[in-house]
Design a protein around this ligand. Sequence first.
Ligand code: COD
Ligand code: ZN
Ligand code: ZN
Length: 416
Amino acid sequence: MQRKGDACPPGPGDCRVERGRGRREAQGFITLVCRGDRSTMSTAGKVIKCKAAVLWETNKPFSIEEVEVAPPRAHEVRIKMVATGICRSDDHVVSGHIVSPFPVILGHEAAGIVESIGEGVTSVKPGDKVIPLFIAQCGKCRRCKHQESNICMKNDLPSKYQGKLQDGTTRFTCRGKSIHHFMGTSTFSQYTVVDEISVAKIDAASPLEKVCLIGCGFSTGYGSAVKVAKVTQGSTCAVFGLGGVGLSVIIGCKAAGAARIIAVDINKDKFAKAREVGATECVNPQDYDKPIEEVLQEMSNGGVDFSFEVIGRLDTMASALLCCDKSFGVSVIVGVPPDSQILPVDPMLLLTGRTLKGAIFGGFKSKDSVPKLVTDFMAKKFPLDPLITNVLPLEKINEGFDLLRSGKSIRTILSF
Ligand code: COD
Ligand code: ZN
Ligand code: ZN
């Protein structure tokens, strides 16, 4: 039941609360009017028909379809999407490098507003601004309880994507067929349903078309520097790969006080942006006739303190490991190579003291950290604008993926 002052939960017609001006209102009653769809005040408990980008099979374009989104069940939340980024991992599903059941609604880097909640939901309410979490945090399992881990045991992880919510079913239907979820988020849809453990409430004043990046790319890179590597003041860092995630690693190294940040990429067009966000030097391995790890060792008087592989290739993972100091260097794997390739490692490289580590989502416990990261963004502790190169409507999703594949975009935001 809505009361005076309550926000109208967002509906398909972009409902807004308006004051009526009749006799009842003069007596102090409040009339709630929907500007968009005047007939429906609340969509709670009802199936919502809306637009979504459905991927029916691998290596095909997305198809904009009308889908039915069922109401949230117990411990679930239905979200009206406002903005979603296009991430490389979504494209890995299109190409078949990440195996996920079809048909599917992809998308996992987004921000929106809660439309309705299922029974038992306590951490969010209709009208709250939220970010869906592709890494869930139940807060109860042994990994959630471990201080360092962020891989909740309830995650729908790449090794076993089921494309279902926690209760083993889906909330999407299209042309009479059940459509799979993706990493518990499925944000390429005007409405989605997620488990309560897969959504975080964020600052009501935050710009959703920017903070959506905190849902994946930004946090993955930034956390790899500040949380996983724990970059130290005055240190020297090397970052391999200057896509949106690599640039976010640089932003993290700078925030942690690194004195030198060496950006490495074979595409020199990426260097200007890398410098803009904090790189102090940029190197192109193709400009040298010796291995890039030797170049970096020479540049850093024997080896960098911290190195990051943010490409997803085995050869650059080896170079990143070799370029860090053999005794105290820390090398972080951020990229994932396709086709389950194996990285052979000479144990001697580690016996001398090097550390090789990796993390998903920057090692952040999602439900705890995402609201704090949004607060930090609002306090101007880091920028997001340099990562956003294109904004398109959902209908132009295929254009957004073409921009990603051609290397012309850093992040494309789809707006709803
Ligand atoms: N040497 C140097 N640079 C190279 C090389 C090379 N041999 N090959 C390519 N590059 C450069 C490219 O020119 C490009 O600038 C950059 O590497 C890669 O950038 P993008 O835009 O392709 O990638 P990002 O930044 O959007 O994402 C990179 C990841 C490695 C993080 C991503 O692809 C990935 O592997 N994600 C899975 C890991 C993960 O955490 N997944 C969870 C949900 S996403
Ligand atoms: Zn992602
Ligand atoms: Zn858990």
